[in-house]
Design a protein around this ligand. Structure first.
Ligand code: UGA
Length: 479
């Protein structure tokens, strides 16, 4: 129990469990209930499989029939190291993909909400999928349910989920804190934000630094403790909104570290200092820490940019001008220009030049190109009339569907050496480990001009330089 001891006292004052609650908890303790995970995306699928691995029977529900068929065939719908192996291991034993959300809800006692929360043009989170899931739950409330919100959502969404379920429940069920004399409690809502990083999702999910769970009933707290008992990570129990804010604050803080080091990199460029050494020097201070101080072309992906905007929006809605985070976003937007300026400075005119681009995913270890800074560079290069030769170890099959090849202008290449063919510059834009060990002499023989711009400070400058390359990076001295 020690590592699982709740930290917050807020919920300790809630009423003790009744007899039916004790029976419910016993059923959960003996794993005689099912868990449904609603939404089989980057968070939902790893969550479902980790729960299956811990011995739970899990229904992985998604309204996309195509996605469910893919899962039923044992195929992971996106690249995540180890995920497909785990899927094959538990498929049909403890993990059951289904496209009937209603059935999944009716058969399960614990429901993890992992549906998408994209952003509107205003930056506000679009919660229509959450709201729709809440209504579906309400219509299928055939007994007690714990609804665990895992998608990243603005604070107070959990309260809205509870209100929505109460309002739409057909059989008079009510969430916790019922009015005196009303029906017995039939569901609770908990907020359990996910901190997994794409590319290392399974490592994060099986051994998280902490598990944060916001609850407002003792029953919900005990169920969550039961579910996470095998994970042996500290469980931080808070109120609902606090848990929601923890997620936003964590992502925003990490984004802030990246924008901070990127500005330091620009200064290092201007005065000839080395940002990687600065990062090392400041990161050794435990109050700062070494992570997320890698300067480059900025942060992308489905989470940081969207969550940052949603946090700014949430603050604004509540009368708080979070100008610090607005600047974090501005700085990030300008990172692509920093790289483009370096390229123009080296090659002058880009029109009709052949540029090799290594790395299209928003970071290494994933095939995800959502809000990828690399794609913003690709767009800028297309705009300037350059011919592009692209490579990424994983992202190309999915990307080609939305950005098709164009004869002589946009070519997807099987390997980095083919991408370098007759190129006048090579850009490294994603931190894939395999780009660290490229054969620079071979690349040199493929290229027209031996110029490399390392947009992620990924390479050891010695390697390309020894092969005769001009090596340019972000915030590191050029010689
Ligand atoms: C991020 C958080 O790290 C997770 O904790 C969180 O659960 C997740 O968002 C989410 O909200 O779902 P993720 O989007 O997978 O995870 O990617 P990160 O590894 O955080 O990287 C984000 C971006 O920052 C990438 O584009 C990466 O290249 C960039 N980055 C990261 C840097 O530019 N510098 C760094 O030092 C670190």
């Amino acid at each position: 129990m020690s590592s699982h001891a709740p930290i917050a006292g807020e919920i300790a004052t809630l009423s003790p469990l009744g007899k039916t609650d004790t029976q419910l908890l016993n059923r959960i303790r003996n794993k005689r209930v099912k868990i449904a995970v609603l939404g089989m995306g980057h968070v939902g699928l790893p969550t479902a499989l980790s729960l299956a691995a811990m011995g739970w029977t899990v229904l992985g529900a998604d309204s996309s029939q195509a996605l469910v068929s893919q899962l039923q065939a044992g195929e992971a719908p996106f690249y995540e190291p180890g995920l497909e192996t785990l899927l094959k291991e538990h498929l049909g034993k403890r993990f059951f993909p289904v496209d009937d959300l209603e059935k999944a809800i009716r058969e399960s006692t614990v429901l993890f909400l992992c549906v998408g929360t994209p952003q509107k043009s205003s930056g506000e989170a679009d919660l229509s999928q959450i709201e729709s899931a809440a209504r579906t739950i309400a219509h299928n409330l055939n007994g007690y349910k714990l609804i665990v919100e895992k998608s990243t959502v603005p604070a107070i969404t959990a309260h809205w989920i509870r209100r929505t379920i109460s309002r739409y429940a057909r059989n008079g069920n009510h969430g916790s804190r019922p009015a005196e004399g009303s029906m017995p409690l039939q569901f609770d809502v908990a907020s359990n934000p996910e901190f997994l990083q794409e590319g290392v999702a399974l490592k994060n999910i099986f051994k998280p630094d902490r598990i944060v769970c916001g609850v407002d009933s003792d029953r919900a707290r005990q169920i969550v403790e039961e579910i996470y008992r095998p994970f042996e990570s500290p469980l931080v129990v808070t109120g609902l909104s606090t848990a929601e804010i923890i997620k936003h604050a964590a992502n925003s803080f990490l984004s802030m570290k990246i924008s901070f080091i990127n500005m330091v990199a620009d200064l290092c460029d201007a005065i000839g200092a080395d940002v990687t050494e600065v990062a090392k020097g400041i990161g050794m201070d435990p109050r700062i820490g070494p992570d997320f101080l890698q300067a480059g072309i900025g942060f992308g992906g489905y989470c940081f940019p969207k969550d940052l905007r949603a946090f700014i929006y949430l603050a604004e809605e509540h009368g708080v001008n979070f100008s610090l985070l607005k600047e974090v976003e501005n700085i990030n937007q300008q990172r692509v220009d920093v790289l483009m300026k370096k390229l123009r400075k080296a090659l002058w005119v880009l029109h009709d030049k052949t540029i090799a681009v290594l790395g299209l995913a928003f970071k290494g270890g994933t095939d995800d190109t959502r809000e990828s800074p690399s794609l913003r560079v690709v767009d800028a290069l297309i705009e300037e009339g350059a011919a592009l030769r692209l490579h990424d170890p994983k992202a190309m099959p999915l990307l080609q569907k939305v950005l098709p090849p164009q004869e002589g202008r946009l070519t997807y290449c099987d390997n980095p050496y083919s991408a370098a063919d007759r190129a006048q510059a090579l850009l490294v834009l994603t931190e894939w480990p395999e780009y660290r060990t490229l054969d620079w002499a071979r690349l040199r023989s493929e290229m027209d001009v031996p110029l490399v711009i390392d947009g992620r400070n990924l390479l050891d400058p010695k390697d390309p330089r020894q092969a005769g390359f001009e090596y340019i990076s972000i915030g590191r001295p050029e010689q």
